[in-house]
Design a protein. Structure first.
Length: 301
């Protein structure tokens, strides 16, 4: 009974994290309606998130005095991985949402497990099975189907550019996942996540300084409410809920539960952004999720 309760709590945590991550595109598209640019919005997201991560880091430090110190070389790796996974990946993702709908962005972004598979295959020389190649084929076929109606409808400008940016975001995030694998084991999940996020704040603010001299405090009140909500509900809470969920249900089960994310985004985008839902989009989403499920499942066997 205790194990069943533990699993149920873990599943609910992962489910909640998936919902929070699904909200991100809704928050971004809503903020763009008030004229804010990508780097300014990303800067506000990290600025509003930073106090929470700092609080967690120092609370954990004082609570666990025996926690091993991080070696200087390992610190460098944490900063580098945070730079790639949270600054580079997040920025190109925010840029992509200037051209794509929130629902299509989420479908494209969710193919990152296939990139992790390919990176491990070509860089780590890990064997790819026949079923995994089939999973890749199903995933990319789903993307093609989901895109079909968007091109026909001519409803979005520069859709190819937006798709490229979001796919690039997924690719850089995949390098982050591959690079963070051993670091998390050495540093700890909570501490690694917190410091990687904080490491992304510095290049983001530098970028914003050169782009607009950090003119990020002259927007309407609605922008700051959206940015704060995104920081809390689509950044801080989901990252720690997902980590806590993985501890209880395992990474394989967490990946399967989290696959509900794109469905959440499609529904939320329809309700809050009035984005249309097409049958091709539903079929494409199902194919993508099937492919990602096969990649995740086979990789954990």
């Amino acid at each position: 009974m205790a194990d069943r309760t533990k699993y149920l709590i873990g599943a609910l945590l992962v489910f909640g994290a998936a919902f929070g991550f699904a909200l991100k595109g809704i928050f971004i598209k809503s903020a763009y309606q008030y004229g804010i640019d990508s780097i300014s919005l990303l800067s506000l997201r990290f600025l509003f998130s930073a106090p929470f991560y700092l609080f967690i880091v120092f609370r954990k430090r004082y609570k666990e005095e025996s926690h091993p110190a991080i070696a200087p070389k390992r610190w460098l790796y944490v900063v580098l991985v945070g730079f790639i996974g949270y600054y580079v990946s997040a920025y190109v993702n925010f840029l992509g949402l200037e051209y794509l709908s929130a629902s299509l962005e989420r479908i494209l972004l969710f193919i990152y497990p296939t990139f992790v598979l390919l990176i491990n295959a070509f860089l780590v020389k890990r064997k790819v099975t026949g079923l995994q190649w089939l999973a890749l084929l199903i995933t990319y076929a789903g993307i093609a189907v989901a895109f079909m109606k968007h091109f026909e409808a001519h409803q979005q400008k520069n859709i190819a550019l937006g798709a490229f940016l979001v796919i690039l975001s997924g690719l850089t995030y995949s390098f982050y996942l591959v690079g963070s694998d051993k670091l998390i084991a050495k540093v700890g999940t909570t501490r690694f996540t917190s410091w990687a996020m904080l490491a992304a704040l510095v290049p983001t603010l530098i970028h914003s300084f050169f782009y607009n001299r950090l003119a990020i405090f002259n927007f309407t009140t609605e922008v700051y409410l959206i940015a704060l909500s995104m920081a809390i509900f689509s950044t801080v809470l989901p990252t720690f809920m997902f980590s806590a969920g993985i501890k209880r249900v395992g990474s394989a089960n967490a990946s399967i539960i989290a696959s509900i994310g794109p469905i959440f985004t499609i529904v939320l985008a329809t309700v809050f952004l009035q984005e249309p839902i097409w049958i091709e989009q539903i079929i494409g989403t199902v194919l993508v999720l099937t492919g990602v499920f096969l990649v995740s499942w086979k990789g954990k066997k």
